[in-house]
Design a protein. Structure first.
Length: 546
């Protein structure tokens, strides 16, 4: 025991004397925390929904790079060959090395928690259980690090092998990219990666009922950790001259891989593959391109959250106004929301609310002319929204040219999808405040619907956790407030005239826990118009939801 303690103390001293080790061990996790804070800074409670991801990245970095780099570099320098001459058993030496790395990742994890709390994150709900979950995660990943150390013949090989595990784990393993954003095939692939279970186990102690809700994740991490330790023991090498390709026991790596496969198959069998309750919805009806569309050459747009300026694919057949990403001319027309709303239809949000909703048949000014050089071809628009006919909708709208409801852009939750408790509370708050929201009381019915659409578009652009659960609430509110036929006409009108009206309402969403609207008014208008077409599809039966 004294030898193990002495080896542990020596390892820690050497680590804290190594500047590069300190950079990799503490600076990189801090950079990840800053990156997550920038991405999710519009969350009502900063970082609280991403603690599991952050801590998993910390442990993963220490396992994929820190532990194997230390062991391989010492083996190359002959340190482990000298250890062989000491009266300490090999098990004690390896155990002290792993224990030292565990201490280091714990310190890095505490640093991340302290920084997260400094920017506004509350204390985790179950701190003791968080420590237990963190230990399970560290055990699994450090076992994986032992396997990498035994596979690699030199330090560059460690970097290559580590990246082969680290990057896929981040992207499709449910670590850096939330499971809610992954497509179906990646959902199934992620079941074979320990990162998924690490995030679930850690997050369960921060925002949900506790570690008891993550029993399967703890079991998966235990199996993966045991298999990694067993494989590392079978393949252990004292000397750098013992090349992996010429050493017996190479089949030990199959033990580690078998554990990953077994966990994935078990998850498949249990039906545990889908995203958590607050995650991605199942595919929406009508969101995929039908064979007839494929035969006619119509293709769905490539959807990315970032706006571009040269896209032209539109859900309208004539491509009149709505594009998934607007043209340069339309961007110029929508640039810089002015305080006075000059050049747009305006209905001030400060107008006194009527005693009852204004009739949807109220007259509306004639539509503004399209931007110069962007005059559409094809049949002319109806004179006003009241003049819209079913034939106009059938002629203009192609409902297969829309982002899928389960995607990243304009997502919509399914009817049976339940959010996590904190997300549900935010959605309920919005639902209760929406009827008395001043922009929902403007007299102009078209502007009123635009304002409702902005309530969905702003969280979508900011990628807030509530983004997919707000559209059903807004859709219900619109259906309650407007006659169906009038709502169909107004939504069609908005889809073809997304740059009319004003967008002052986006700066009046603080009661909902939503920040002021995004600076890119063009993208805001596009997202609102896409939501208009999606609801139009539901009302007309052309693109029913689930």
């Amino acid at each position: 025991m004294k030898g193990l303690a002495a080896q542990l103390a020596s390892t820690l001293r050497l680590h804290f004397r190594n500047r590069m080790a300190l950079i990799y061990g503490y600076l990189f996790p801090t950079i990840f925390l800053i990156a997550f804070w920038v991405l999710y800074r519009y969350d009502q409670v900063p970082l609280v929904r991403h603690v599991g991801e952050l801590l998993t990245v910390t442990v993963l970095g220490g396992a994929c790079f820190g532990l194997p780099t230390t062991m391989v570099s010492e083996r190359e320098r002959g340190v482990w060959r000298r250890y062989r001459l000491t009266p300490i058993s090999i098990g004690a030496i390896v155990a002290s090395t792993v224990a030292a790395r565990y201490v280091l990742v714990v310190l890095a994890g505490l640093l991340q928690l302290a920084l997260a709390m400094a920017v506004g994150m509350p204390m985790p709900q179950h701190p003791l259980e968080l420590a237990i979950a963190f230990t399970f995660v560290a055990f699994a990943f450090l076992g994986m690090g032992l396997v990498i150390a035994m596979l690699a013949d030199n330090v560059p090989a460690v970097q290559a092998l580590g990246q082969c595990i680290f990057l896929p784990m981040l992207i499709i393993g449910g670590v850096a990219v939330p499971l809610a954003s992954l497509p179906d095939w990646a959902q199934h692939v992620s079941a074979f990666f320990p990162g998924r279970y690490a995030v679930q186990a850690l997050q369960s102690t921060v925002t949900t009922a506790g570690i008891g809700t993550a029993r399967f994740s703890l079991l998966a991490l235990t199996l993966i950790g045991l298999a990694g330790c067993a494989a590392g023991a079978v393949m252990f090498r004292w000397d750098a001259g013992e090349r992996f390709s010429r050493r017996r026991g190479r089949s030990g790596v199959l033990v580690a891989l078998a554990a990953w496969a077994a966990v994935g198959v078990l998850a498949e069998t249990r039906g545990s593959i889908g995203a958590p309750a607050s995650g991605r919805a199942t595919a929406q009806g009508g969101s995929e391109q039908p064979p007839s569309a494929a035969a006619s050459g119509e293709t769905a747009p490539a959807v990315t959250p970032a706006p571009v300026t040269d896209g032209t694919l539109s859900p309208t057949r004539s491509g009149r106004a709505l594009t998934i990403h607007a043209t340069a001319a339309e961007q110029e027309a929508a640039r810089g929301r002015s305080a006075s709303g000059a050049g747009r239809e305006t209905s001030p949000a400060s107008a006194p609310p009527p005693s009852a909703p204004a009739p949807a048949s109220a007259p509306e000014p004639a539509p503004a002319s399209p931007p110069p050089g962007n005059t559409p071809a094809g049949p002319a628009l109806p004179a006003s929204w009241q003049a819209v006919t079913p034939a106009d909708i059938d002629r203009e709208i192609v409902f297969t040219r829309l982002p899928p409801d389960e995607g990243v852009v304009t997502p919509i939750a399914t009817s049976d999808e339940q959010p996590e408790t904190d997300v549900a509370d935010e959605v309920e708050l919005l639902k209760s405040l929406l009827p008395t929201w001043p922009p929902a009381k403007v007299a102009d019915p078209v502007q009123r619907v635009r304002n409702y659409l902005y309530v969905m578009a702003v969280p979508d652009i900011f990628q807030m956790q509530t983004e997919r659960f707000i559209p059903p609430v807004v859709f219900d509110r619109l259906e309650q407030e407007f006659p169906k036929n009038d709502l169909i006409k107004i939504l069609f009108w908005i889809a073809l005239t997304p740059y009319e009206g004003d967008d002052k309402a986006v700066d009046q969403m603080q009661p909902f826990g939503i920040q002021n609207g995004p600076p890119d008014a063009n993208e805001l208008r596009n997202r609102s118009a896409i939501y208009a077409v999606k609801l139009l599809g539901r009302l007309t039966g052309k693109r029913p939801g689930k």
